[in-house]
Design a protein around this ligand. Structure first.
Ligand SMILES: Nc1ncnc2c1ncn2[C@@H]1O[C@H](COP(=O)(O)OP(=O)(O)O)[C@@H](O)[C@H]1O
Ligand SMILES: [Mg+2]
Length: 338
């Protein structure tokens, strides 16, 4: 039997989401195949052994390196900073332990929305017009198309992008720090608000339309890249905020999305393209908008460690094409590498 470490929790804003994801993963793993080692990182960054995810009883791991080294493979079910951004991936590379999912570079690029956008631009994948802002020494600067600093001028942003706009921290997730703004005053406040989460901020033109997602499963060395069908988000709020994602039962997902077959094919192709553009491996969920008036597809973002509860979009999209949650986990673990 393979000794499988499942790492979850973590110091990011998505700590609780990670616990929910890991609980589902552990419950659905084939325990004839794996000896499961749940590993919990608390909000302060301390590591603990657990017998199952989410339980109260935990024992601190005294020597993390030694503990990890006795495992055959690791599934980092961590979202956000220090989990989805290449840092834990780098640690596992150095320790020589095979792990599930994207490598260091793809994780970092996927986590940082400013850099994801630069790569998507290069790959000519359509995305919403945007302005990249940075906070430096307590002043805000625009980072222009040549990646040079310019003075921040809100009027200039308002002349370049149409309202409503979305303001978001470059490194975040679960919609934490994201605001929809309708005028210059709100724009200014939202930039300040986003800067509480990250010194890098994106201002994007809002796309009015459907929000859809496509899951990628990469078989690794011997396998191929599989794009799932496309699912649609029906948000209970004006946009898919943290509450709409996790606290509002009126938010719904529809699989497959209520769109033409050709659109599904177009999105599957773009999702695989985006995954390759960041040099992804293992898995990702790629999110898009389909604009109401034009039917045009825009990429929103790529998540290298998408939500993984049984009702999350990632496993649902594969279930819809005949790959069960347990089979999906087997495939991901098979594709693990260093
Ligand atoms: N340019 C945009 N146009 C329309 N809606 C957007 C735009 N950017 C973000 N949103 C809304 O905000 C939500 C969160 O933004 P997103 O960039 O996906 O951040 P996160 O990584 O936190 O999920 C999206 O699911 C969507 O509902
Ligand atoms: Mg998102």
């Amino acid at each position: 039997m393979k000794k499988l470490g499942v790492i979850f929790g973590g110091t990011s804003t998505e700590h609780d989401v990670s616990i929910m994801s890991a609980k589902s993963v552990i419950e659905n793993l084939d325990n004839q195949k794996y000896e499961i080692y749940p590993i919990y990182i608390d909000k302060q960054g301390k590591w603990f052994k657990q017998s199952r995810a989410g339980e109260e009883i935990k024992e601190e791991i005294e020597n993390v390196v030694q503990y990890l080294k006795k495992l055959d493979v690791i599934f980092p079910v961590l979202h956000g900073k220090y989990g989805e951004d290449g840092t834990i991936q780098g640690m596992l590379e150095i320790l020589g332990i095979p792990y599930v999912g994207c490598k260091v570079l793809a994780s970092s690029v996927g986590m940082d929305k400013a850099y994801t956008k630069i790569i998507f631009e290069k790959a000519k994948i359509p995305q919403a017009p945007y302005v990249y802002v940075q906070k430096k020494n307590n002043t805000y600067k625009i980072i222009n198309d040549n990646l040079e600093e310019e003075k921040l001028d809100l009027e200039q942003i308002a002349s370049k992008l149409k309202f409503p706009m979305f303001v978001k921290p470059a490194n975040s997730g679960s919609s934490v720090g994201v605001k929809k703004v309708k005028n210059i005053e709100e724009l200014e406040m939202a930039i300040q608000y986003a800067s509480e989460y990250d010194r890098k901020i994106l201002v994007e033109q809002g796309i009015d339309g459907k929000e859809v997602e496509c899951a990628i499963l990469d078989g690794g060395e011997k396998g191929e890249i599989l794009a799932s069908t496309v699912g649609e988000i029906l948000s209970a709020e004006e946009f898919y905020s943290f509450d709409a994602k996790y606290n509002m039962p009126d938010s719904k997902t529809i699989v497959p999305a209520n769109i033409e077959k050709e659109k599904i094919e177009e999105i599957r192709k773009l999702a695989a393209k985006a995954f390759n553009a960041i040099d992804g491996s293992g898995l990702s969920r790629v999110d898009f908008f389909i604009e109401k008036n034009t039917n045009k597809v825009y990429i929103n973002e790529i998540n290298t460690m998408p939500g993984f509860t049984k009702i999350s979009m990632y496993p649902k999209l594969f279930e819809a094409i005949g790959i069960s949650y347990t089979q999906l986990l087997d495939k991901l673990i098979e594709s693990a590498s260093i």
